[in-house]
Each structure stands twice: as C-alpha cells, then as structure tokens.
Design a protein around this ligand. Structure first.
Ligand code: ADP
Ligand code: MG
Length: 241
C-alpha cells in the first residue's frame, strides 16, 4: 500500500557513524539520508552487520552520528518545543531525553519488559516517566492494551505470556505516550513466522491509524510486504531497489 506523505516527521541527512579509530575503525553507516512521513511504515532490510541497528539508534537519538543530522519536523499540534523543527544534534542531554520519552517510541527484539511488573504496569512506565496523572494513566493503559488485543491479560506478568503477547505489550508500551515516531529493531526476531506476521500487521495498522512515522528493521523478507516503503542497507549504505 502506498501512502501520500503530507507531513515529514523524521528527516535524516547524510548520516554516517564510524565506531572506533585507527586500525579498529568500523564504518557502520555511510551517507544515509531518509525522510519518513506521518502514518508511513518504512522497513529497513539488510543482512546482519549491515548497519540497521546503527541507523535506528541515530534516528532515535540513542546515539549521535559522526556526520549528518536528524531532524524532527514541526508538530502542528504541539504547544511547547515540538512546535518548531528540531535537530537532535542541537539538543542537550536533558532535551534529548525528553524527546525520547515523549516523541519517540521504541520496540526491541528482546521485548525489554520488566519481569516483576504486570502487562499493564509495563505499559504504564512511559506515562509515569512523563508524569501523567493516575486517572489518565489508567485510561491510556487500558486503551493501549485494548489496541493490541490484550485487555484480558492486563494483570499477567511477562513470563505468563507467549512471545507474541509479550511483544504486543512492547508495542502498547511504545505507543502509549502517543509518540510521533516509532522505531522497532527486529521486533519479530524472536517470534515464529506466523506470530511475526501477526505482530507486524498489528504494528502496521497502528502506524496507519495513528499517523505515526515508523521505521522497522528486519532481516525477515516476509515482513517486507507490509511496508509502505522499503530501504535496503548493505555495508552501511542505502541501496536503490
Ligand atoms: P545490523 O543491525 O544490521 O546487524 P549494526 O548496525 O548492529 O548492524 O552493525 C553495523 C556494523 O557496525 C557492524 O560491522 C558491527 O559490528 C559494527 N558495530 C555496531 N555497533 C558497534 C559498536 N558499538 N562498536 C563497534 N562496532 C560496532
Ligand atoms: Mg541489528
């Protein structure tokens, strides 16, 4: 499915990332530029070691590029700092933390759930960090669990859930704070192929219905079919397909 891009939410220009120096230098990413619009699902494919995780870390402000820039587009609905375009490299650590907490949702291959917390409590974590009040937290957690079909599993702990259910908790947690950007690094890497396809379809539907700009890395070619756009990375560079 193709989507008409109206608003660019995430824009990266000329991103490079070099790890180490001298003889141990690794050029993990070289001159990558990409734009992602609201409601667009971009899938990044490439073999292991090609630079997918490096790209996601830079896009999400978890790591800083050696060269290049990452911009978060102006949010027409925002009152505060989000009302104007910002370059992540121009933000201080506190501002960058705030951006990661409120404007970017992350989904991890290993789910990243806290084992002693229930599904609902895991989903609630980003709202606690954003100091959302208790009544609104409860409402938003319930809504997020319902969106991923887990309303009947709210009190269960991660070990009482299947892998697919755990990752649906991960998706609910990533979206509960209503971020504008969703980044997922091999979110289905630990799931069997049927479950992987279901989780990916759920991600796609939520991205489209909520107008989130999403970048999902995978090396599973079957998941590529669900993308609005596919980026192929090889040896740190975007390859045209
Ligand atoms: P992918 O996610 O596609 O498997 P990565 O982005 O993890 O690829 O890695 C790209 C390249 O950068 C690889 O050669 C990897 O070994 C290297 N690399 C990744 N992270 C680091 C790091 N922290 N220090 C040194 N090299 C790294
Ligand atoms: Mg990776």
């Amino acid at each position: 499915m193709s989507v008409t891009t109206t608003t660019t939410v995430l824009r990266a220009e000329g991103l490079s990332r070099v790890y180490g120096s001298g003889a141990g230098e690794v050029r993990a990413l070289e001159d990558v530029s990409v734009e992602v619009g609201a409601g667009e699902l971009v899938v990044v494919v490439g073999p292991s070691g090609s630079g997918k995780s490096t790209l996601l870390h830079l896009l999400g402000g978890l790591d800083r590029p050696t060269t290049g820039t990452v911009h978060l587009g102006a949010d027409p609905a925002a009152q505060g700092p989000g009302a104007v375009e910002r370059e992540l490299g121009g933000l201080g650590e506190d501002e960058l933390h705030a951006v990661r907490r409120t404007e970017i949702g992350f989904v991890f291959q290993s789910f990243g759930l806290i084992p002693v917390l229930s599904a609902a409590e895991n989903v609630e974590v980003p709202l606690r960090l954003a100091r959302v009040d208790a009544a609104e937290r409860a409402a938003r957690v319930a809504e997020a669990l319902e969106a991923v079909g887990l309303e009947d599993h709210a009190e269960q702990r991660p070990y009482e859930l299947s892998g697919g259910q755990q990752q649906r908790v991960g998706v609910a947690r990533a979206l509960v704070a209503r971020p504008r950007v969703l980044l997922a690094d091999e979110p289905t890497g630990q799931l069997d192929s049927t479950t992987a396809a279901r989780v990916m379809a759920l991600l796609r539907d939520l991205v489209h219905s909520r107008g989130v700009a999403a970048v999902v890395a995978t090396h599973d070619p079957e998941l590529v079919a669900m993308a609005d756009r596919v980026l192929v990375v090889r040896e740190g560079r975007l390859v045209t397909v």
